[in-house]
Design a protein around this ligand. Structure first.
Ligand code: HSE
Length: 287
């Protein structure tokens, strides 16, 4: 059995902790033979556990505590601590592992509920499960979510060669917003979502760049955001936003300009990785 989980890009600007899209970059888990203890083969090095302390196994055991141990092999193209949903992909893989080995018959909505509880917010885990664009509302209560087609475009990711822990990036956010500030910020998010649903990427991109919930507070962690955004503007990108908690920045662009944008992003920082993703329409898959 092989489980495949897509990377995800959360927030999409103003959709903080609520909106996310699945992209064509994957974590693979291959389930091998039953064993006396859990063992995880991976190539992440010493920082990632190879036993039952591995996040995939911890998640599987939280989902189904009586699962029999197996040897599993993990391979992933999703970079760690870069804002592309690597921990969510591990959580979703763990839930699917428990679902299949434990014969749990979880529905999509069961998985979204469980994964959101474990991750704390649904904006990465929900698209990793469902694929495509997902708009979700959780906040510690039952998760309500809607999956919808994300308009066709390229997602060009500028991935700095530096880690940014989500906890650190959340630590600089304000505890409160005033009522007028919350109304203004949510109106931007509303128009962004409506434009995506309508297929109007120009309007959606414009709204993504008017986020008032998080990017401004995180700016000291992501000094490259302004330069990447300028490259997007100069080359007719639809919009540019901080992916999840960062430091990755994503430009949404038509295919016709993605080559030019990629070349200019490479020149901006030769240590950064530039990836061109498509939207993943399927979410978690088992082969
Ligand atoms: N919405 C989350 C954040 C995504 O921006 O902190 C990262 O987990």
């Amino acid at each position: 059995m092989r489980i495949r989980v897509p990377a995800t890009s959360a927030n999409l600007g103003p959709g903080f902790d609520s909106c996310g899209v699945a992209v064509s970059c994957y974590l693979f888990v291959e389930v091998a033979e039953a064993a006396d203890t859990w063992h995880v083969d991976h190539s992440y090095g010493d920082q990632v556990p190879t036993d039952e302390n591995n996040l995939i196994i911890q998640t599987a055991l939280k989902t189904a505590p009586n699962l029999l141990p197996h040897r599993i092999k993990v391979a992933s193209d999703i970079p760690l601590t870069r804002g592309l949903g690597s921990s969510s992909s591990a959580i979703v893989a763990g839930i699917e592992l428990a679902n299949r080995l434990g014969d749990l018959h979880l529905t999509e909505s069961d998985k979204v509920e469980l994964a959101s509880q474990m991750e704390g917010h649904p904006d990465n885990v929900a698209p990793a499960i469902c694929g495509d664009l997902v708009i979700a509302s959780g906040n510690g209560k039952k998760v309500n979510y809607v999956k919808h087609y994300f308009p066709d475009c390229e997602l060009i990711a500028f991935i700095p060669n530096t880690e940014l822990k989500t906890s650190e990036s959340r630590g600089v956010l304000p505890e409160k917003l005033t009522f007028p500030a919350a109304v203004a910020a949510s109106s931007v998010a509303n128009v962004m979502v409506a434009a995506l649903i309508k297929g109007d990427l120009s309007m959606a991109g414009k709204m993504m760049e008017q986020d008032q919930f998080h990017e401004i507070y995180r700016s000291s962690f992501v000094p490259h955001l302004a330069q990447v955004r300028q490259i997007s503007h100069e080359n007719s990108g639809y919009g540019c936003y901080l992916s999840g908690a960062g430091p990755t920045v994503i430009i949404l662009a038509p295919k016709s300009v993605s080559g030019k944008i990629t070349t200019q992003l490479k020149a901006l920082d030769d240590k950064a990785t530039i990836e061109v993703f498509q939207v993943d329409r399927e979410g978690v898959q088992v082969f």
